[in-house]
Design a protein around this ligand. Structure first.
Ligand SMILES: C[S@@+](CC[C@H](N)C(=O)[O-])C[C@H]1O[C@@H](n2cnc3c(N)ncnc32)[C@H](O)[C@@H]1O
Length: 295
């Protein structure tokens, strides 16, 4: 696949992640969301000749870019979803890893490539699949889900106060002909709100549809269990979440695993970017980093 732009990507909370992972030069680290390879590159820099980095992503386009950036015999990049991690790792003949990183959400590549259909600012066809070869797209959700199913997605994954009104308007709008583009959907939400404030009112709707399309919260639950399962004793897990639904799952999973004596939580409160990082990289503003150590 050809790309019209190489989006600039600044890895979020990088010094904090590196510090929390407490990288051992000969360790094996798995980056569950290798994306454009920003965090992975920094991990590789700290590994010695015997260290290994396994980079996983469900987006083949991101993996292509990461592969160019991480040309290094210590790095292995593989396509997969969080839930596939145990088979991927054991398939490499690896029993335990020293650290695992999740930098959740979408990459700049996914947001900035208009034909991926993630942004309400674009007139691209509704898509939002992180892996464009797999599963139903945003178009299917918007045009095929019942009004009740749309309400569920908007409340569960968008915490959208106008979920009834927006679901009804979607169902009415798609009757004469399908809703095809991101701009059309954004306009339906905008009209339901009767105008826009500081943030576009479609932000929550787009988040909700994206989470549904990619089954992001189910994947996160599976991924956390899988990653902790493959950590060696004293191995570390770090997770960066960008919205409250993700962060709540991370917080509660860590708390339950802590109570069960599986991990010890290293971040009583999540770490957030400092003001200067937010100024340099506004996309980092909602990030929350939590870390834990396997007992
Ligand atoms: C925020 S980006 C990661 C950026 C990366 N840390 C970097 O520095 O370039 C998140 C990445 O995670 C991937 N991703 C999200 N959910 C996933 C899942 N369930 N399984 C595998 N990859 C996933 C996305 O495709 C995306 O490339």
């Amino acid at each position: 696949m050809a790309y019209s732009c190489r989006p600039e990507h600044l890895p979020v909370l990088l010094p904090e992640v590196i510090d929390l992972l407490a990288i051992r030069a000969d360790g094996i680290y798995v980056d569950m969301t290798v994306g454009l390879g920003g965090h992975s590159a920094a991990i590789l820099e700290r590994l010695g000749p015997k260290g290994r980095l396994i980079g996983i992503d469900r987006d083949p386009a991101a993996l292509g870019i990461a592969a160019e950036r991480l040309k290094d015999e210590r790095a292995i990049l593989l396509k997969g979803r969080f839930g596939d991690a145990p088979e991927i790792i054991s398939g490499l003949g690896i029993k335990e890893v020293d650290g695992a990183l999740f930098d959740l959400g979408v990459s700049m590549l996914q947001l900035k490539e208009h034909d991926r259909g993630f942004s309400f600012m674009s007139d691209a066809r509704l898509d939002m699949r992180m892996d464009m070869l797999e599963g139903p797209s945003a178009w299917d959700v918007i045009n095929r889900y019942s009004e009740k199913e749309l309400q569920r997605v908007l409340t569960d994954y968008g915490e959208e106060p106008l979920f009834r009104k927006i679901a009804k308007r979607i169902v009415i709008a798609r009757q004469p002909s399908s809703i095809d583009t991101c701009a059309e959907l954004a306009d339906i939400v905008l009209r339901a709100y009767g105008g826009r404030g500081k943030t576009h009112p479609a932000t929550r709707t787009f988040q909700a549809i994206r989470i549904e399309v990619n089954q992001e919260l189910e994947q996160l639950k599976k991924g956390l269990a899988a990653a902790v399962g493959t950590l060696r004793t004293q191995g570390r897990i770090c997770v960066i979440a960008y919205h409250s639904l993700e962060d709540r799952i991370v917080k509660n999973t860590f708390r339950e695993m802590g109570r069960a004596g599986t991990i010890s939580v290293l971040t009583k409160k999540p770490l957030a970017p400092a003001r200067d990082e937010i100024l340099r990289n506004p996309a980092s503003r909602s990030a929350k980093l939590r870390g834990a150590e396997k007992i």
